[in-house]
Design a binder for this molecule. Structure first.
Ligand code: SAH
Ligand code: SF4
Ligand code: F3S
Length: 501
């Protein structure tokens, strides 16, 4: 960096008060700053956003990338970039540890690149102890913000650049720019988004969570439940479809409680029916469904739908009614199993997947046996299994009878073996069928193959080329290898694959 390089602070006298106009105003200022920094560097500035955690964070990262692109940064593959953002997760302790480990590495990169900006955001930043630790030991971080003010990223980036490069740090900021809110009732629409995939996209339908499962930190870091207006959701999906998207994943911590707090309440099933009408959209997925709120109306809508994928992620957490009560899940083993029966009776070919926590405080061998029992009875197509992680501030963290780690690990291994055996058996059942596959990417290992997904979310590898990405092809599932299929495209007389729809 030029020795005398100083950013001149822009005039902000005509600052709009309403959103998103205010953020577009800051994007104009940021663009100017970025062009001056790029002129000093002699080439375009680069950015990299690293995402930890769930689909919701992945979608937020696309929003950050949208703004960075809009202000003149160019995306690059590695973290050796001019603006690096870690969008963090704190659902389990090991998610936090990963971030601290990698931050050290970013610090060494920054020593070599004086133009480098490091930003941290996401769920972990909503915890005071984390921010205190960063202030104490990671002074090289330029910008820290939380989950509630992510829409303000353009404005925060401008402040952070001024604090870092103008020689006039804003009052109280001392180089680091920190802005964390406790909660919000605001939803800001219409900011730029840079999608990772051209043909599929996540779409937030709601934010936050009101369920307070006793082990879970999400309600504390994502705030109270807020649903987006259906008209805004439909408008966004129509725009996405016009831009080449064929599959959407509707996102919320508990989509089954969508719409309860809208001015004109509506159900999730009603929203799905509206989304179904969108011409050109081929597949609809959603994540996540809380078993306590899954309605008959939703099952009926899924059953008759031509676009909703035959896949339901239905987190079990534990098979023991006693533990479920302590978890505050508001259903018991019998209710869960009855729900599964009802869903399967209506939609026999549906794939069911789940999340399970092992080692919740007080879990006995008998409780664990109940979990295994549900796993064997439901026969999940796949299951994410987690070691219970104590999250400070949650009711479960204060419970007595925390289970010693070796015991939890031993149960976890037994559960994993069971889950894997069942998934492998389930996967095989589609061998020999011809089914539509959405081609998603080139195969990483073999350049002659492409990789896609069945509507039930199973992965299929097949011979193909990059121009097939984003298309839905009929594929003969020749062989099942553990958790994925090897297939061959079924072509019509002209050598072209059939397209669904
Ligand atoms: N809202 C979603 C879950 C989001 S968190 C739902 O309720 O389905 C994703 C998963 O992380 C949860 O389903 C749970 O299985 C797991 N999880 C959450 N808190 C955890 C903790 N403290 N320890 C271990 N796993 C946890
Ligand atoms: Fe956490 Fe429960 Fe909310 Fe899911 S529903 S995010 S597990 S509190
Ligand atoms: Fe993690 Fe936050 Fe998602 S804690 S799982 S990134 S909502």
């Amino acid at each position: 960096m030029e020795k005398n390089f100083r950013l001149e602070i822009a005039d902000k006298t005509r600052l709009p008060e309403s959103e998103p106009e205010r953020q577009y105003y800051f994007m104009d200022i940021a663009r100017e700053y970025v062009s001056r920094l790029a002129a000093d560097k002699g080439s375009p500035l680069t950015f990299h956003v690293t995402t930890f955690g769930c689909q919701m964070n992945a979608r937020d990262s696309e929003k950050l990338a949208g703004i960075l692109t809009c202000i003149g940064y160019v995306e690059c593959e590695t973290e050796d970039a001019d603006f690096v953002i870690y969008n963090t997760c704190t659902v389990r302790e090991n998610a936090n540890n990963k971030v601290y480990g990698r931050l050290g590495y970013l610090g060494t990169l920054k020593k070599k690149n004086p133009r480098m900006m490091i930003g941290l955001c996401g769920c972990m930043m909503q915890e005071q102890t984390v921010v205190d630790k960063l202030k104490e030991s990671y002074r090289f971080v330029n910008l820290i913000f939380g989950t509630h003010n992510i829409y303000k990223f353009a404005e925060l980036a401008v402040t952070a650049m001024e604090n870092s490069f103008s020689g006039h740090p804003h009052k109280g900021a001392v180089g680091m720019t920190i802005d964390i809110w406790k909660d919000t009732d605001k939803i800001v629409e219409d900011l730029p988004v840079e999608r990772k995939y051209a043909f599929k996209s996540g779409v937030n339908i709601m934010f936050g969570c009101n369920n307070f499962c006793s082990y879970c930190i999400v309600p504390y870091v994502r705030g109270r439940e807020r649903s987006r207006e259906p008209a805004e959701i439909i408008r966004e999906i129509k725009r996405l479809v016009a831009d080449g998207v064929v599959e959407v994943m509707l996102l919320g911590q508990n989509v089954n409680s969508y719409g309860k707090n809208l001015k004109e309440p509506m159900t999730f099933a009603q929203l799905l029916e509206e989304v179904e009408q969108i011409e050109g959209l081929e597949r609809i997925r959603f994540m996540t469904s809380h078993p306590k709120d899954l309605s008959d109306e939703l099952i009926a809508v899924m059953k008759k739908s031509k676009k909703i994928c035959r896949h339901l992620h239905l987190p079990l957490q534990s098979g023991s009614s006693r533990i479920l009560k302590k978890m505050n899940r508001c259903y018991d083993k019998e209710h869960y199993l009855a729900l599964v029966d009802k869903i399967r009776a209506a939609i026999p070919d549906i794939a069911l997947t789940t999340d399970i926590i092992v080692g919740f405080p007080g879990e006995t061998e008998e409780d664990f046996a109940e979990t295994l029992d549900v796993v064997r009875r439901v026969e999940y197509d796949s299951a994410f299994t987690f070691l219970y992680s104590k999250r400070t501030g949650t009711p479960a963290a204060a419970m007595e009878e925390q289970i010693p780690e070796p015991e939890v690990k031993e149960r976890f291994d037994r559960l994993l073996a069971e889950v894997q055996e069942i998934s492998a058996k389930k996967a095989r059942r589609l061998t020999g069928c011809t089914l539509p596959v959405l081609i998603e990417e080139k195969n990483e290992q073999d350049a002659a193959l492409v990789t896609g997904r069945l509507d039930n979310n199973s992965v299929v590898h097949l011979p193909g080329t990059a121009d097939m990405i984003g298309q839905i092809c009929q594929v003969y599932l020749e062989e099942c290898r553990g958790f994925y299929y090897i297939g061959t495209p079924v072509t019509d007389g002209n050598g072209a694959s059939d397209k669904q729809g």
